[in-house]
Write a new protein. Structure first.
Length: 403
C-alpha cells in the first residue's frame, strides 16, 4: 500500500539542502489537508528521500506550510536629509564651488559664521551633521549640482616657475615666508588689442595665497596700484615675480622694486602640471571681469569695488589647497596636501607681526561671507550689463593677457 501511494509522489534521494527544501515545500500543502493515514505515508516518503528523522521531517513540513509574513527590507536610514544637503549647497556656492577635498576642512569654520549672521537657519543637529561630512560624502551629494566646464585656456600664474636669477635682490627669495608675490597684469581690451583700455593688476602671495587686485587706467599707473596693494596687505612686500621680461610692464616693475628695496625676478614657462595656489584667483579674475572691453572711469570704479569686496571674501573664507614638501611618514612619495584659507595661513605664520594678526582677528568676526558673495555677484552682473549695452559686438571676444 505504501509503495502504491509513493509512486504518485516525488521520488529520488534529495542530496542537497536546496533539493530537500524544495521537496518539503511540495509536500507541505498536501500534508496539511491530508487525513492521519495519508500524513503517515507522506512522512515515510519524506524520510526515505531525505534521510531525516521522523520528528524532524514533521517539523520541516509544518514550518513550510506555515504562512510567513514578508519582512520589509532593512535598508539604511537616510543620515543626510534634504536640510543638510540644502545647507551644504549654500556653503559650496558661497565659496565659489570648490572641490569636496577643499570644502570639507572649511565647513567647521564656515557653518558657525553663517549661523551667526542668520544666513544658515538650521538646528544644532543639522549643523553637526554638516560639519562632520567627509569629502567623499560631499562629492556624492553635490554631484547632481555640478556643471561640467571646458578647460581654461587662459595663462595662469601657476604655470610659471621662478627659476632664473633675480634682477634685483634685497631679500633672499623664500616661498615659505609671506611677502613674496606673483604679479599678473591683464588688459581688459575685449580681444581687440587696439586703443587704450583698463588694466587689472593681480598680486598673489606665494606662502599664504593672499591676493589683491587693482584696476588702473594703464601700465603707467602700475606703481600706484602696487602702492595701494601694499597698504592693504597684512605683511610687507619682500619680492615680486613677473613673467613679462623685456616689456613695459617689466620696466615699470623693476623701477618700483628698486625704489622700494624689493627683490624682483623673472619666470620662465614650464609644462603642464606645475600648479600653484594663485591659479584660483587668476581664474576668478577672468570669471568676474568677463571677456569684455573696459575703458571708462565708471567701469574702473566698479571693478575696484568688486576687487575690494572679493578680497575680504576670498582671503578670509575661500579654501586653497597646496602640496606639502616631503612624502608620507612611511617614507612613501605620495603627495600630501594642506587645505586652509589665506587668513588662517597668515594668522598662524610666525613671520607676521602680532599687531597685524590682531587687526586680522578683529576684522574676521565682522565679515558675513554670504553678504560679500551677494555683493560681488550683483556688482559683476551690473558690470557685464554696462559692457553688453555699450559694445555688444565685442561681448564674446577673449580677454588677452598684457604683454
Amino acid at each position: 500500500m505504501a509503495q502504491t501511494e509513493s509512486s504518485s509522489s516525488p521520488v529520488g534521494f534529495a542530496a542537497t539542502l536546496a533539493e530537500r527544501r524544495a521537496l518539503t515545500n511540495s509536500y507541505a500543502t498536501r500534508y496539511i489537508q491530508a487525513a492521519k493515514q495519508e500524513k503517515t505515508l507522506i512522512l515515510d516518503e519524506l524520510c526515505a528521500a531525505t534521510g531525516w528523522h521522523r520528528s524532524h521531517a514533521r517539523n520541516a513540513i509544518l514550518n513550510a506550510a506555515r504562512l510567513k509574513l514578508a519582512k520589509p527590507a532593512q535598508g539604511r536610514g537616510v543620515k543626510y536629509d534634504a536640510d543638510v544637503v540644502s545647507a551644504l549647497k549654500l556653503c559650496w556656492t558661497i565659496l565659489d564651488r570648490p572641490a569636496s577635498k577643499r570644502l570639507a576642512p572649511m565647513l567647521p569654520d564656515l557653518v558657525p559664521v553663517l549661523r551667526r549672521h542668520n544666513e544658515l537657519r538650521i538646528d544644532d543637529r543639522t549643523a553637526e551633521l554638516l560639519m562632520s561630512m567627509s569629502a567623499a560624502t560631499i562629492c556624492r551629494r553635490l554631484a547632481p549640482h555640478r556643471r561640467s566646464s571646458g578647460a581654461d585656456l587662459h595663462l595662469r600664474p601657476g604655470s610659471r616657475l621662478r627659476s632664473e636669477l633675480p634682477l634685483v635682490t634685497w631679500t633672499e627669495w623664500d616661498h615659505s615666508r609671506p611677502g613674496f608675490f606673483e604679479i599678473a597684469v591683464v588688459r581688459h581690451d575685449g580681444g581687440t588689442m587696439s586703443g587704450r583700455c583698463l588694466v587689472t593688476v593681480a598680486a598673489t602671495d606665494i606662502a599664504t595665497g593672499w591676493t589683491e587686485n587693482r584696476t588702473i587706467r594703464g601700465i603707467g599707473q602700475l606703481p600706484l596700484a602696487l602702492d595701494e596693494i601694499v597698504r592693504n596687505l597684512p605683511f610687507p612686500v619682500l619680492g615680486l615675480d613677473c613673467g613679462n621680461p623685456g616689456t613695459e610692464i617689466d620696466e615699470v616693475l623693476l623701477r618700483w622694486c628698486r625704489q622700494n628695496r624689493v627683490t624682483y625676478t623673472h619666470a620662465r614657462p614650464v609644462g603642464l602640471g606645475s600648479h600653484h595656489i594663485g591659479q584660483q584667483s587668476w581664474r576668478m579674475l577672468h570669471t568676474l571681469a568677463g571677456e569684455y572691453r573696459y575703458d571708462s572711469p565708471g567701469e574702473q570704479a566698479l571693478l575696484n569695488e568688486i576687487w575690494a569686496t572679493l578680497s575680504r571674501l576670498t582671503n578670509y573664507f575661500y579654501p586653497q589647497q597646496r602640496a606639502l614638501t616631503g612624502g608620507g611618514q612611511d617614507g612613501s612619495r605620495r603627495k600630501r596636501y594642506e587645505t586652509a584659507t589665506p587668513y588662517c595661513r597668515t594668522e598662524r605664520h610666525s613671520a607676521v607681526s602680532p599687531e597685524d594678526k590682531a587687526i586680522l582677528g578683529d576684522t574676521y568676526p565682522r565679515l558675513n561671507p554670504a553678504e560679500l558673495y551677494r555683493q560681488v555677484t550683483v556688482s559683476a552682473a551690473r558690470l557685464h550689463l554696462i559692457a553688453e549695452r555699450r559694445t555688444p559686438s565685442l561681448a564674446t571676444c577673449p580677454t588677452s593677457s598684457a604683454s
